[in-house]
Structure formats: C-alpha cells, structure tokens
Design a protein. Sequence first.
Lengths: 210, 210
Amino acid sequence: MSDVSDGGAAAARPGRSRRRTDLSEREIVAAALRLVAREGADNLTMRGLAAELGLSSMASYYHVPSKTVLFDLVADAVLADVRVPDSEEPWEKRLREMFISARSELARYPGVAALLLSRTSETPNMRRLSSELRRALRQAGFDRAESDALGEAFTIYLFGRLIFEGRAVAESAAPAEPGPAGARPADAFETGLDLLLAGTRELLRTTSRD
Amino acid sequence: MSDVSDGGAAAARPGRSRRRTDLSEREIVAAALRLVAREGADNLTMRGLAAELGLSSMASYYHVPSKTVLFDLVADAVLADVRVPDSEEPWEKRLREMFISARSELARYPGVAALLLSRTSETPNMRRLSSELRRALRQAGFDRAESDALGEAFTIYLFGRLIFEGRAVAESAAPAEPGPAGARPADAFETGLDLLLAGTRELLRTTSRD
DNA sequence: ACCTGAACACCGTTCAAGT
DNA sequence: ACCTGAACACCGTTCAAGT
C-alpha cells in the first residue's frame, strides 16, 4: 500500500503521536474497506464504521473529520493496489493491463467507482494512475492535450462500466448460465476496452504524427 | 410491483378517474423536473417535491409510491426529448447525433445520468433509445451480440461522461478562460465520442464481415 | 488523547386520521 | 379521492462531557 504518510487525502488530526495514530489510521481504513467489500460504499456509514471498530456511534468523528474524507481514504486505498506495467512495455499493453488491474481492484469494492467518477478530490493514487495513463498515451504518440482527453475517456469508461456492472440485478434469481466450457465469455468490460484501444490506434493512424 | 399496464415507469394508483389523474401525473413529473433542473437529482426529495407542488410534506406519497418510481418517471421524461435521426441516414451520423442529443438533454438535468447508469429499471424511453442504438449498429454491419456489446460501451461512456462533468468543481472561483474567438474548444464529450466511433470503424474493418 | 451521548436537521416510508 | 401529521428508523454533523 502507499507509503504516502498522509499526502492530501488523510484526515487532519490534532495530536502528533505518530505511533498510535498511524496505526489507528490504517485500522480505520481497513475497517472501512471491510465494510465496503461486504455492503458497498452506499452503505458505508460513519456510525457503521464506528461499530465495525467496536466503538460507539460517534467515535468515527474523532479519527476522520467527515464522510468526504473517509471516501477519499477508501478510494485511495482501493487504487493503491492497481498495478502499472513497466514503462518499457508497448503502450497498448500498458494501457490494457493497467485498466484490467484497476477494474479487478474496483470490482472488489462496490460503489467505489461511483465515488471516483462523481467526486473531484485528487488522492495520491489517483494522481499516480492518471499520470501513468497520460504517459502511456504520450508514448503512443499523442501530444499532451490529446493524451489528457483520451485518458479522460478511458477513465470514464472504466468507472462507468463498474457502476453499470454494480447495478442491482432486480430480483431475478435466475442462475445465469455459466456458458460452455472452452468458450470464454469475452467479458463485456474487455470488449469495451478493446473498442477504445481500437479507436486509439485508428486516431494514431489517421492524425498526422511527427 | 403491480399490473404495470401503463408502460412500466408510471406510478400505480388505485382510482381510475382518468381525467384528473393523468393531469396530475404530468404535474408531478413537471415539478420534479423543475426541482432536478434547479438543484440536481441528489437533492430531489419526496418532501421537496410536495413543497414544489404547494402541498404538505407527505403528499408525494399519494401520487408516487416510492422514490424509486419517482426517479424512473424523471429519467424517462428526460429521455423523452432525445431525438433519433431518420434511419435512412448513415449509421455513424445516426449514432453521433443521437448521442449528442442525449447528452444535451441530460446536461440540463444534473444527476439524472447517474441514476440511469446505476439503476436497473427499464422505462419506455430507455427501451426506445437502446433499441435505436442497437439498430444503428446492426446497420453498420455488426451482429446482434456485437451490437449489444458495443451499444453498451457507448451508453456507459455517455452516462459516465455526464457524471464526470457534473462533479463539484471544488471551490476554484477561477473564471476559466473562455478561449480564443475562433478556436472551438472541441468539447471533451465529442472527443470521446469520436474515439468510440473511430474504434467502431476500426472493428468494422478488422473483423470479417459478410 | 480518546471516546461517549444527546441533540439538530435532515432523509424515506407507513399509517391513522381528517375533509 | 386527496391530503395531513405524527411517528419510526435511519442519516451526517456538532458539541459538551466523561475518563
């Protein structure tokens, strides 16, 4: 996880007792992640967090100043495990793998993608990943502005897909056939990702490059 | 739910007094849309809706059985004005224009895109638009499964972009330079849309077509 | 320093009751 | 038929108070 001592998203707490405090923040985030994994970010509650920690209802407010900050901590922690391939790899492989990794991390924590798409906050890991993303696109041959714009589109698709996948499935108790053995379902996320990558290649060919 | 005879999204109300009732539903939705346009769907509240109608807090529950249904009514109403180009037009133009229309309708009602992306419900206008979307892709040459998958990606991008655009802009009071006169900002939504369309063309060329 | 409890202003929803 | 008011179980947040 991130060494980043508190890099922006972290709660502002008065004291400076490093030891106990840092441990506490890790515990807070861990408890929050457990809750989100189990019940989704929609059901992450300041009171529920306190309960998960075995404390009484208002205890969360001692450790975390607001729910906004809690969300940032959670979002950043989820993104912390996203792997970015070595920058010697070809750009397309880099993009592909980093999005597949991001998708699989986000899928473990329902509702977090929705937070990331709808809030403005910039946590350390968001910055890390979006800068890696832009870097890969610059590698591919786009200029700074183009890379920003394309990266935005990829990011929106990623988060959007996860929100889409996280929709309540109505009350259909249908088992949803597992599909024949060999035939990989070619999952929908990757289909869309491939569409974006195909578009990227096409733009690369179409536009004049230096 | 109940005997959904009126197209799925509409509220189930006991009486059958057509006249007064239908008018009332139009008024309900109109009031809800006014609220959403002003304050966003996040701030659409059952009590607030009643207030907007000049009634006391709990009056909404007489006209609309739940907030879920209210959201469906609102979402469907917003999509009702999305224009779909004539089916004689080439597929790319059709897609482009229908997404630009959808985007501009959704932009007027903050938070509605988020509802559409995160809920399962199928209202009449959602069905209409997604079937037009699939039809355009079949026109382009994709089979049914491909059209479904690609349409999904386009839709996710549309809603995702609107959620992204609707993010609170922090408290930066910076005027955000208007840009030089002639230079159209080539808005970000369309850049992404063009990326998807480029990808679609590329897939069309790459894959074997009959 | 670390936590508790009561309180405030909100939610969605239910329900008995008014006219 | 159409609406009101009180009530319940939740929220986020503040704050005085305990240890």
